[in-house]
Design a protein around this ligand. Structure first.
Ligand code: CP
Length: 309
C-alpha cells in the first residue's frame, strides 16, 4: 500500500479533509476533555517530532495527540542535534529511518522541506509547517473551530488579514476553506501579498473597513518579523494604523464576527488586546484563539488517525 502523507491541503481532497474533520468531531463528542481515554490506536508506533524551527502550540499539541493515541514520541530539535556538528539534513533523515521510526512530523524554515523528506524516506510525513509553503494541521484546526462556530463551512465568508506573503497558514487555509465551499478574501498591504493570487479565486482588499463588510470570521495573521516582514512595510506603526483589527472596526458591523489567530500574537500590532482576550459569546465579536489551541490536539489526533489507521 502507498505511504500516506499530509504535506499540504493543496493536494488533499475535499473528501479527505472532511474525513479528518469528522473524525475530530467524533473524538470531541465521544471523549470531550477526557481525550486520554480514547483508544490507543497508535500504540505500536514511534514517531519523530523533528523541529528545525521554534514552536509552542504545534509541537505540544502533537506531543499530546501522540500520547493520547498511545504512540511513542522521539523529540528532535535541530539546535541540540548532530546537525550542529555538520550532519546533513538527508543524513539526519536517513538516521531516523534506520531506527525504524514509523513516521516523521516535521517543522522546518524552508518551503518544500516536508515534500523533500517524503521522497527521502519510505515513511509517512506530516508537515507541521514548512517555510512559506503550508501548515495543513493549523488550517484543519482553524476549519474545525469555524465549523464549531457556525455548524458548517460551506458558504461562510472568511477574511484572512495581515502578512499573507509569509504565511503558510494563509496558504493552507485558502486551499482548505475553498475546497469546503467557503468564500475567502484577503486584506493586506500590497507589499505583503504573494504573486499568483489571481489564480486562487480570492477577493483582495487593501482597506480593512471595506474588507470587513459582510464577513463571518476573520483569521488575523502574525506579522512575521523573523522573516523580514518589517522590510515590506514603512514601519510597524504604519502597519498597525492601517491593519490592526480594533473594536472600532467591529462595532460598526451589522453582525457578530468570530476572530481567529494561529498564534503566537504580536499584541497591539495585529489586533487589540480587547479583541484577542474577549471569549464572550454574547459580544459583537468573539475571540476563538484559545479554542483553536485546544482544538489543535483533537485535530492532530484525527490527522494521525487519517495517516495511520
Ligand atoms: N500556530 C503555530 O504554528 O504556532 P507555533 O509556532 O507555536 O507552533
Amino acid at each position: 500500500m502507498a505511504v500516506k502523507h499530509l504535506i499540504g491541503l493543496n493536494f488533499t481532497s475535499e473528501n479527505d479533509i472532511q474525513t479528518i474533520l469528522n473524525t475530530a468531531f467524533d473524538l470531541k463528542n465521544h471523549y470531550g476533555a477526557a481525550l486520554n481515554t480514547a483508544p490507543k490506536s497508535l500504540s505500536d508506533k514511534n514517531l519523530v517530532l523533528a523541529f528545525f524551527e521554534n514552536s509552542t502550540r504545534t509541537r505540544m499539541s502533537f506531543e499530546l495527540a501522540l500520547k493520547h493515541l498511545g504512540a511513542g514520541t522521539l523529540g528532535f530539535t535541530s539546535d541540540s542535534s548532530s546537525i550542529k556538528k555538520g550532519e546533513t539534513f538527508t543524513d539526519t533523515l536517513k538516521t531516523f529511518e534506520s531506527m525504524a521510526v514509523d513516521g516523521v512530523i516535521i517543522r522546518h524554515p524552508h518551503s518544500g522541506a516536508a515534500q523533500t523528506i517524503s521522497s527521502l524516506i519510505n515513511k509517512p510525513v506530516i508537515n507541521a509547517g514548512d517555510g512559506l509553503h503550508e501548515h495543513p494541521t493549523q488550517a484543519l484546526l482553524d476549519m474545525f473551530t469555524l465549523r464549531e462556530c457556525f455548524g458548517k463551512l460551506n458558504g461562510l465568508r472568511i477574511l484572512i488579514l495581515g502578512d499573507i506573503l509569509h504565511s503558510r497558514v494563509a496558504r493552507s487555509n485558502i486551499f482548505g476553506l475553498q475546497k469546503m465551499g467557503a468564500h475567502v478574501s484577503l486584506c493586506a498591504p500590497i507589499t505583503l501579498l504573494p504573486a499568483g493570487l489571481n489564480r486562487m479565486n480570492v477577493s483582495l482588499y487593501s482597506n480593512l473597513d471595506r474588507a470587513l463588510e459582510d464577513v463571518d470570521a476573520v483569521i488575523v495573521l502574525r506579522l512575521q518579523l523573523e522573516r523580514e516582514a518589517g522590510g515590506f512595510i514603512p514601519s510597524i506603526d504604519d502597519y498597525s494604523r492601517h491593519y490592526k483589527l480594533s473594536e472600532h472596526h467591529l462595532d460598526k458591523l451589522s453582525k457578530k464576527v468570530f476572530i481567529l489567530h494561529p498564534g503566537p500574537l504580536n499584541r497591539e500590532i495585529e489586533l487589540t488586546n480587547t479583541i484577542a482576550d474577549n471569549p464572550f459569546s454574547d459580544s459583537r465579536f468573539q475571540s476563538m484563539i484559545l479554542n483553536q489551541v485546544t482544538n489543535g490536539i483533537i485535530v492532530r489526533m484525527a490527522s494521525l488517525q487519517y495517516i495511520f489507521c
